[in-house]
Design a binder for this molecule. Structure first.
Ligand SMILES: Nc1ncnc2c1ncn2[C@@H]1O[C@H](COP(=O)(O)OP(=O)(O)O)[C@@H](O)[C@H]1O
Ligand SMILES: [Mg+2]
Length: 507
């Protein structure tokens, strides 16, 4: 199975299980360490207390008894003493050592000693500090374990003969665990520790389940989204990383959905365009065809004036066809990023005058006052002249189209710091606030029911916007219904040291 197709994670692969396992193992290790430390310190504490309490045993035995007679160990007397001590405290083991630490005699029933000599350093240290510090010595019966002890020097007639060495808490407490479980306090401690650990484990497992539950929710939603439910959104309470993740996903999903919507609208618009284009092309074509047919059929009976009028109609229709095709071509070239601007310095005032002259032919018959306003010392600007002319022409086309007879259109140029502000103002029918945000979109015509016979395809402003976009120029529009419209944009002033061969890049 491919990784991508695998949709269900097994329990042991789940994040929950992994984190829980790590956590429980950590808890277990900590408990063992903690238990070990407690047992060890308890044992040390016990031995220390025991040594403090029993520090005087060895000096007593040494002082009260004749341990040596004529340089020999006094076995009989010692057996008696050792026996008595053992009866009082069975955990005690007594050894008689010579000055080198050699074990001369001992009393520890049923036990074999593993050592012949006891190391004397701890013993000497113990005697030096008079039992005030906690010192451990070797247990001759178990050389691997250190024990608390009591020790004293032994004299015979003030001659130093050796040592009495008493191991405290001998075999009785060999087993540390036994020590722990034998003590009520320690048992209580271990029990409360276990309860605490178990509680901690349960609480954290539940907390972990809650956290990973959100993660599982997220996975479910993402899967639903992947499977085509575009409305699936992650809803998490709180403000943690997961909710942030959820929010990011939601934003991404919104973007995807709006992109899809946009693509759908684009698709619809395109379909509409095809319909519009075929209609818009068919009308002039039908006109052309009809008039040509008439001219052909009635060639003999047509007067010159009639023929001239028919041919003029044909000419207007072809003109219209040409314009439609050109606009479509222009926009598709701009959108395919094929036509790139070639910026150069030029006088925008001259360009505007040219455009005005060309359009007077249309303005005059409609009795529209098409005027210019600009200062004489206007600086040069940098842009693609051809493209700028197209922009002005398209804006003027609209102004002329949507301004009724006797109206007024003004093109004004104002020099600003870095740019020349170009405005085309008319007092025509205006654009409704609803339509205003969409007029720059392709195939959008604001007033379909307008009294104006709008033969346009709705491409003019899309072309304007695109051209200005490749020049990195924004266009601004202000319009009031029935009062008029102003389109304005800024063209950068040419600077003497500017490299004019710079090509504008498409964004
Ligand atoms: N000066 C204007 N006055 C009123 N409406 C305008 C003006 N310029 C543009 N419009 C509105 O914007 C729409 C889009 O313009 P445009 O893209 O040039 O398409 P077309 O001119 O082919 O209709 C127009 O159909 C019109 O409704
Ligand atoms: Mg137009």
């Amino acid at each position: 199975m491919k990784g991508i197709q695998k949709t269900k994670t097994s329990f042991f692969n789940s994040l929950y299980w992994k984190i829980a396992a790590i956590f429980l193992i950590t808890l277990l290790v900590l408990s063992v360490v903690y238990l070990y430390i407690s047992v060890y310190t308890a044992e040390m504490y016990f031995q220390e207390t025991s040594q403090k309490l029993n520090a005087e045993i060895a000096p007593h035995i040494a002082g009260d008894n004749q341990c040596f007679v004529n340089g020999e160990a006094n076995e009989a007397a010692l057996k008696e003493v050792f026996h008595n001590v053992m009866i009082i405290n069975p955990s005690i083991e007594v050894y008689l050592l010579n000055t080198d630490g050699k074990i001369l005699t001992y009393f520890a029933p049923n036990k074999i000693i593993e050592l012949e000599y006891v190391p004397l350093n701890p013993i000497k240290e113990f005697i030096d500090v008079k039992g005030e510090a906690f010192i451990m010595g070797i247990d001759p019966k178990n050389v691997h374990s250190m024990k608390g002890f009591s020790a004293s020097e032994v004299y015979e007639d003030s001659t130093f003969m050796g040592y009495i060495y008493v191991i405290l808490g001998g075999e009785e407490y060999e087993n540390a665990a036994q020590l722990v479980f034998g003590s009520y306090m320690l048992r209580l401690g271990v029990r409360s520790m276990s309860i605490t650990l178990i509680a901690a484990a349960i609480i954290s497992l539940i907390a972990l389940a809650l956290i990973t539950r959100n993660l599982r929710k997220i996975i479910v939603v993402i899967r639903r989204f992947k499977d085509g439910d575009l409305n699936a959104r992650i809803k998490l309470r709180g403000k943690g990383e997961l909710s942030e993740f959820g929010n990011s996903f939601n934003e991404m999903a919104d973007t995807i959905v709006s992109n899809i919507e946009e693509m759908k609208t684009m698709d619809n618009l395109r379909r509409e365009l095809v319909a519009n284009v075929s209609h818009d092309l068919r009308t002039p074509l039908a006109t052309i065809q009809g008039y040509i047919e008439t001219i052909m059929m009635k060639a003999d009976i047509l007067s010159d004036a009639e023929r001239k009028s028919y041919l003029e109609t044909i000419f207007r229709s072809t003109e219209r066809l040409k314009n439609l095709v050109e606009e479509l071509f222009e926009l598709s070239k701009l959108e395919a990023r094929e036509s790139k601007p070639t910026p150069e310095p030029f006088s925008i005032a001259e360009l505007v005058q040219d455009v005005q002259q060309k359009n007077l032919i249309i303005a005059k018959p409609k009795n529209i006052d098409l005027s210019l306003e600009f200062p004489l010392d206007l600086p040069l600007v940098t842009a693609d002249i051809g493209m700028m002319e197209k922009v002005l022409q398209n804006l003027l086309d609209n102004a002329l189209k949507f301004t009724p007879n006797g109206g007024k259109i003004t093109i004004s140029l104002v020099s600003q710091k870095e740019d020349v502000l170009v405005s085309i103002k008319d007092d025509g029918q205006g654009i409704s606030p609803d339509a205003l945000p969409h007029i720059f979109e392709r195939y959008q015509k604001a007033e379909r029911t307008s009294s104006v016979d709008n033969e346009g395809l709705g491409l003019g402003l899309a072309i304007v916007k695109k051209i200005l976009e490749v020049h990195e120029i924004n266009i601004d529009v202000k319009s009031t219904k029935d009062t008029g419209t102003v389109f304005s944009f800024k063209v950068p002033i040419f600077k003497a040291n500017q490299r004019i061969d710079k090509k504008f890049e498409y964004s």
